[in-house]
Every structure is written in C-alpha cells, then in structure tokens.
Design a protein around this ligand. Structure first.
Ligand code: ADP
Ligand code: MG
Length: 318
C-alpha cells in the first residue's frame, strides 16, 4: 500500500536526516517508526505526506509514485502530538473543518452526516458543542482523529500523538487507538520513541537510528531476535553472557531467581524496587555483572551482599 524506495533527505544539504530508507507497508497494517529523538522519524512522515520532497528515492502509494503530488492530493490524514485543534471552533466545527475547505464535494446535509458518523465512531457525539479547552487530553486526541477520518484518508500518519498525555491516560488512549484501528483498518504509520507503545499497537515495527532502518519486523521478532546491538539496547538492553565459544544476549527480565543451586551464582551489589518489579544488580566471582528484573514478590527478602543463584530462561546468540 505504501512503499518507500531508497528514500534520502537532508535539510540544507547537511547530514542526511533520512538515509537510503526502504520499507513496504501492507494495506490495513499498523506500523510504527521507533527510534530515539532526532533519528529522522518526523522527517520521514513529512516525506510520506509530501511536505518534503526526497533528494533521491521514491514514495509510492497504491503502487503510484507520489512525486509531484501535493499533500492534499495524497489523501493522507495526519494526527500530531499537540492535536492542532482550532481553539475558537466547537468540537463539531473542528471535525467539520476539512470538509468546509472542500465545500463543492458534498451537500451540507452530507457533511453533517459524515461529521456525526465520525463523532459517533470516536464516542465524542456528546461533546459536539464543547470547545477544545473544555476537553481532556484524551478527548482532544479523539477530536483530532475524528477530524482526520472525515477526509476518508487511505493512510493515517501519527506523530507521537500520546506523548503529551499523563501515563494513566496514555494507556487508555493507546487502547482506544488500537480498538479504532482494529475496527476501521486504515493503514497507519505511527511515530514513537516508546518501545512499549510501538510493541503493543503495531503489526510491524521499523527501528530507526541516524536516518537509517535498523530492523523491520513484528514486535516479537524485534524483541526476541534483535538484528544488532543498537536494536538490542534501544529495546531495553541485555546482559552479555559468555559460554564456551559464543556470547548470548539475555534481557534482564529473562532472568529469574533460582530456588536450587543450579545457575549463575552472584553477589548482590544493589536492589532497586520499582513496584511491580525489582531490579537486581549482582557480580559473579569473575567480576561479570548481571542485571535481573524480577517480579518484586520474588525479591522481597534480597539485600545487598546476599549470595543469589540466577536461572536464565531465554537467551539470544549474538
Ligand atoms: P525525530 O522526529 O526522530 O526526532 P527529526 O526528523 O525531527 O527526528 O529530525 C531528524 C534530523 O533532522 C535531526 O538531526 C534534526 O535536527 C534535523 N532537522 C529536523 N527538522 C529540521 C529542519 N526544519 N531544519 C534543519 N534540520 C532539521
Ligand atoms: Mg519528531
């Protein structure tokens, strides 16, 4: 549905913000671009939407090269971090806005129906007369999404849309986004620097660094088989354990505390309690450090200086 073919772009002929980037997104998929701040995610969205033109390479939608097509001709919906709602317009008028810009396409009655339908889908019908400042962050987010849907986009681009919400709301709006996508199945490219968000929302995740694609795969592939050290570290890091002849990457949460004597014996140097889980840092006798994240209920009696036996539940050969 969307294909990026060796797309490169640099601002003002500087360092490449997007570097030889290729990706294929199938129709109806939810794909995340995941990477640290400054790695080129927003630039890539601008290239897809047509606000920027690639220096080289091509953006194809439904098999058609989009070069020369303006953003409005591409039928792409955008949702931004700050929602960009009009403060002086009611919810209904905000959602109506894109249709009023193209009045010739529909009668007033058709426009009203399309807006009412989008408001129903996003459960904001009861808020139609309110103004943006009278809405919670999550409600504003839904208005922005409704405004995007009335344009019947074939592709939706979202740039860190949850990052200004507080953590609790973030999780509930995240679940709503997923439910809306499951229902409407509009192809979506979603930008985030939060791996949890990318993993729980997406069919596929593109991990980026310095403008380049590091790995493209399902959330499970990225988590269990990271393609390189960057992906491994950006998705939570890992211990490197040496066995005869080869190294294994073992994520902290792949280590448990063993009841018996079999496993890796180490001396605890610190115990950090995070609520649901506890992080234990411990040293083996040869000085190798092991970081383990265990359910806190299994670590209640552990103290600095204790000897502990770790069991490795999973490892990835690297
Ligand atoms: P991300 O969205 O992943 O944080 P961006 O796409 O915004 O990253 O930025 C990628 C790179 O391009 C960064 O080095 C950034 O400083 C640079 N950049 C972004 N926008 C501009 C701009 N308008 N002019 C010049 N450089 C820019
Ligand atoms: Mg950005």
């Amino acid at each position: 549905m969307l294909a990026l073919k060796k797309v490169s772009y640099s601002y003002n002929r500087g360092k490449k913000a997007v570097d030889d980037f290729s990706l294929v997104v199938k129709g109806g998929e939810f794909v995340s671009l995941l990477g640290p701040s400054g790695c080129g995610k927003t630039t890539l969205l601008r290239l897809i939407s047509g606000f920027l033109t690639p220096d080289s390479g091509a953006v194809l939608i439904d098999g058609r090269d989009q070069s020369g097509l303006s953003p409005s001709m591409r039928r792409i919906g955008m949702v931004f971090q700050d929602y960009a709602l009009f403060p002086h317009l009611s919810v209904f008028r905000n959602v109506m806005y894109p249709l009023e810009c193209r009045k010739g396409d529909m009668s007033a009655q058709e426009r009203n129906e399309v807006v009412a339908d989008a408001c129903r889908k996003l459960s904001i019908s009861g808020l139609a007369e309110r103004y943006p400042h009278e809405l919670s962050g999550g409600q504003q987010q839904r208005v922005a999404l409704a405004r995007c849907l009335v344009q019947r986009p074939r592709l939706i681009l979202m740039d860190e849309p949850l990052s200004s919400l507080d953590p609790g709301l973030r999780q509930s709006v995240r679940e709503e986004l997923k439910a809306i996508h499951d229902e409407l199945k509009i192809t979506t490219v979603y930008v985030t620097h939060d791996q949890e968000e990318a993993f729980c929302l997406s069919d596929n995740v593109a991990v980026m660094d310095c403008g380049s694609l590091m790995q493209y795969g399902t959330p499970e592939e990225i988590y269990y088989s990271p393609a390189n050290e960057f992906v491994l570290n950006f998705t939570g890091g890992a211990n490197i354990l040496k066995t005869d002849g080869c190294d294994y990457a073992v994520r902290p949460e792949w280590i448990s505390i063993s009841d018996g004597e079999n496993g890796l014996r180490a001396t605890i140097e610190s115990v950090s309690f995070f609520g649901a889980r506890t992080r234990i840092s411990a040293l083996e006798s040869d000085g190798n450090r092991i970081i383990a994240d265990v359910p806190s209920v299994n670590a209640r009696t552990l103290r600095t200086g204790d000897s502990v036996c770790f069991e490795v539940m999973h490892g990835v050969r690297i």
